[in-house]
Design a protein around this ligand. Sequence first.
Ligand SMILES: C[C@H](O)[C@H](O)[C@H]1CNC2=NC(N)=NC(=O)C2=N1
Length: 125
Amino acid sequence: MSDLSTKKCVPCNAKDLRPMSDDAAHKLISQVTGWNLVTKDGTMKLQRTWKVKTFLKGLELFKLVANVAEAEGHHPDLHLVGWNNVKIDIWTHAVGGLTENDFILASKINGLDLQQLLSRKAGSN
Ligand SMILES: C[C@H](O)[C@H](O)[C@H]1CNC2=NC(N)=NC(=O)C2=N1
């Protein structure tokens, strides 16, 4: 089972790209620590939350994530609410569901050093 963070996302306009089954997603979720599977409006997504120290550190976290997304050509939905609550949702819009790209992106986000941006209070990530 190769480490997802060493893989590369594929272009989402690939003809044979299909959403993975719920079963396949549940098999992969253990490889992306801290991420959860959520279903919204019938679409299964990866979701993770963090509590950041300040609003500006939330934007710094977004920038670190954005750099990974741009390098991969695969992009998350970024939310920063109540000034210090970050939530990131990832799914493959082109197919309306989850593909391996989403897990690769989540794994690479997990590889970022975010500690200096996060609240020290329990449950901050
Ligand atoms: C061609 C290129 O792969 C597509 O435009 C990408 C851009 N980033 C993307 N990101 C996500 N999350 N889903 C997509 O379908 C998607 N499509």
